[in-house]
Design a binder for this molecule. Sequence first.
Ligand code: IPE
Ligand code: IPE
Ligand code: MG
Length: 246
Amino acid sequence: MYKEQVDMTRVPRHVAIIMDGNGRWAKALGKERTYGHAEGAQRAIEVMTAAVDLGIEYLTLYTFSTENWNRPEAEVSAIMSLLLKYLEEELFIKRNARFRVIGEIDRLPKPVQDVVRYMEERTKDHTATCMVLALSYSSKWEMTNAVKQIAAKVKDGEMSIDDITDKDIDANLSTSFMPDPDLMIRTGGEQRLSNYLLWQCAYSEFYFTETYWPDFREEDLCKAIVDYQNRQRRFGKTGEQVEDKK
Ligand code: IPE
Ligand code: IPE
Ligand code: MG
């Protein structure tokens, strides 16, 4: 059991997940892609619960990318309906979990916008894991926005060009309320970021698994964490320097 191997004193603060493989999982069973999304939605809720138990502070789930708007309309609307079905306040209340969204929320159907805004407000004082859904999100969209916001401040004389630091860029991203991901997991076999948290992953540890998202369970999360805990994060230093600090 990987769960027993997790060192609870060194759990990653922020775990980001690219939940990929729903369509292929369903296809392998001879079912519609949307069946895979429905099953995947259940895994998202289960993994959120597991994250609470593990004491993970932030869990950011890539749920729908800017590029995913280019999928067939029926698939897009099926995913939107699943959001309405699975975003249950009860569970978040029971687990004291917080809910946040990042992304171009205005593009979502109005009922989905209402639900996510309500959930954010309803759970804002909760202190367990913050589950962040990236919805209609892409890093390039987010970084373009940050550039515009900073440029506007310079134009208004609020800051000068020479004062701009990486902290200002952090502060103008939609993720400004949380630390960068320690661990980035991608299911479904692909080894790419697909426009997810590009800036924030500068020093994240990557974990790729062939497992399709609808098959990803608490044990798989624990396995990824154990793998992460066996790595040495050097942040540009030498291994000896990092060892000495211990
Ligand atoms: C991930 O699964 C879910 C979304 C992108 C919404 P996919 O739907 O991409 O599944 P595959 O990659 O086609 O198997
Ligand atoms: C990434 O998966 C987006 C989400 C998981 C929401 P995709 O299936 O859209 O990624 P690509 O297009 O294959 O890279
Ligand atoms: Mg995919």
